[in-house]
Design a protein around this ligand. Sequence first.
Ligand code: GDP
Length: 303
Amino acid sequence: MRVVCLSGGVGGAKLARGLHDVLAPGELTVIGNVGDDLEVLGLHVSPDLDSILYALTSLNDEERGWGRGDETWRTLESAKAWGGEGWFLLGDLDLGLHLVRTQALRDGETLSAVTARLTERAGLATRLVPATDDPLRTQVVTPDGPFSFQEWFVARQHRDEVDQVLYEGAYAARPAAGVLDAIRRAELLVFAPSNPYVSIGPILAVDAIRATIAAQGVRCVAVSPLIGGRAVKGPLDRMLTRMSGGTTPAHVADCYKGLIDALVIDRADAPGEAPVPLVVTDTLMVDRDVARRLAETVLEATR
Ligand code: GDP
């Protein structure tokens, strides 16, 4: 079955790997969020694409949830000692990827082209495509003013409440090559258990992507990133409460109004009234097997 999965980093990458494991080679395309992208120490970093790439290649750090396993931090320590910025953690192994990608971008290659080259190099049959090659950056508006996504998320440790999320550049952003084609050819669309505001939102903020999904006749299934009304990690529960008034399955489903046909929720959540049918299962992906089982449930939710 040809599947397209929209994904952010931490939660998204886990389900992307589950889908990758259960589908036949070449059946999965993952469309990754680039709203979190930034430049650090002169290097272009795409944190969500990297989390997905590392998860699919099993190079990820399972404990930390981001970055590479067996990581060391000597280069960053050295950069800091020389007065360089050290607020955004980049490990030594991780830096290798950022160097290669930054050089390619400086040589005029698009983000989607270099991402395709990296996945091919890793021997992956699954395709990973950034939502757009154009600059699209997420900003959060807080009581203390607007912040770029990473300034709020990493530097300020997402302590500020969020009143609004903006997608700078979305208006002019075009889908990267292959994105619309993959959506049109898909037999199932999946929204991974990622933050709807800052991970899936920036992908859907590209008009043509949202419109193509809305017009696509096949099933679209989202997996809730909340368990028992709480985020597994990160600020989503606070964001939903403040911006949407609650953390029930209905509040999550409302983030994807007009797009999804079903929402997969955890057994810990009271189903209640929801605008779409709910599928109840275990959604906490504590390991690769659980992620596989969740992926199978998502595929079955099409029937
Ligand atoms: P980011 O871009 O790195 O912030 O990553 P995502 O948006 O993809 O992931 C963050 C979201 O994933 C959070 O809202 C978490 O609640 C959710 N999440 C993380 N792990 C799991 C899991 O195992 N199961 C579910 N259902 N959600 C998860």
